[in-house]
Design a protein around this ligand. Sequence first.
Ligand code: NOJ
Length: 552
Amino acid sequence: MSRYTSPTWYKDAVFYQIYVRAFKDGNDDGHGDFKGLLSKLDYLQQLGVDCVWIMPMFPSPLVDDGYDVADYRNIIEDYGTLEDFKAVVDGLHQRGMKVIVDIVVNHTSDQHPWFIESRSSRQSPLRDWYVWSETDQKYRDARIIFLDTLDSNWTFDPISGEYYWHRFYSQQPDLNYDNPEVQQEMLNIIDFWMELGIDGFRVDAVPYLFEREGTNCENLPETHAYVRRMRAHVEAKWPGRILLAEANQWPEDVRAYFGDPGAEEFHMAFHFPIMPRLYLALKQQTRKSIVDIMNRTPSIPPCAQWCVFLRNHDELTLEMVTEEERQYMWEQYAPEPRMRLNLGIRRRLAPLLDNDTRRIRLLNALLFTLPGSPIIYYGDEIGMGDNIWLDDRNGVRTPMQWDFNKHGGFSEADDLYAPAISDEVYGYQRVNVVQQQANPESLWYTVRHMLSVRRNYRAFGRGTFEFALPENEAILGYWRALDPDDESGGEPERFLVLANLTGVEQTSELDLGAYAGIAPVDVLTGHPWSEIGAQPYLFTLPPYGYYWLRLR
Ligand code: NOJ
């Protein structure tokens, strides 16, 4: 069975996250759209990604960039039509890629007809589709997520004279999952999109579906029960299609979202806490925080998979670190107040790392070898910059930089939804796809090369993970290993990944006696290392250097 047809294809896949509005404008109205995306599918194939994640694409007043849905069965006008979307799905499939889309299950827009009806009177037949209350004193133990803009999860509705519940902006009322009609309708919506041929969903804001007094209203047993129902539904009607959980929680709490054999929940879930620790480790010049969080990460069922990422469309979240670590991250990575948002940092990968290609390559080398399936955020493969002068999270959602032309080749329009970056360091005049594709030393080539090497092995997506820790704490080392099974066949795979987290050369040794007689080969360069003997194996890593050593 191939990587593409395997029912657990998502375990081998590299994902690529696309904000359609920012990717490519196909009709020159200043907004990216599906026609534009269609014209860039060859690009995605060249890069070597396996599955595209499309951010919200449903009609929306865009208070939260589409995470406020006004109609679950259509495409937002700016992006085109259902046919345009279908053409993208087919085009991806023809090229051997898959596609998942964002579905926002926890809340709708206040402009959704359900909410307009629900708020119209306390007797409305849809009143109970949302969470209403006479007071704003219920569920006081639930935290506020958009801390910089909200001071309550309740908003008074003057039309019907009650408060409604919302975990995000007040224009995003929470659906009431205690209502069986709401539960059923979400499954119907899932079917609608699955019928169009998509390969799954990234399910937004999963932990918050239910509310119960006396709890923090996150990860409740009722939420897990509904997720199991959703999974059973998908498994029965759409086998081979996946559900990916967005649950920004500690590893032990996310573990529950995979469920257990026979009571499955999600196929995949983001590993949020590892992400800030990769950046922490670089500043602290020690692997300690990475080792701690991986040791705190429970094992997951055989068909489940983590998703790992370096950046996404939101602020770099610092919810899953200690207070001390958060202050340190802010000091180190967000010295200016405008770089901070809620509990996070609203910057992109390259600027976070001072545009130091050694550190950018190093974090990518870890991203593609840590346990789980990696996700690349559009533009990070060329080291795009950000624009901290744009509000909210818009600074990391600027137009994709394709070439040297007007607006970086994104659009011929004069006015764009947001300006293309054109500063001296990160502007499209210097950082763009054409320029990087012409230079074999570029970040784009490095990322593409890593993906093409990763593709030859299954250990990175499916193998076991174990630390290999030399005495020198500036060096991160881990094993990824896979024994062949009936599905994959082939040779056993064993890799030792080594990374220098500092800007100075580091030397150390590991006891590799069990592999005496083997000469490790760095699969990224093809270079063989000296043969392992009975003595501890001595090695040196250049500043921010990394190796993917195969022991065969
Ligand atoms: C998580 C999404 O990533 C974020 O962009 C959005 O604002 C919230 N969920 C609310 O839907």
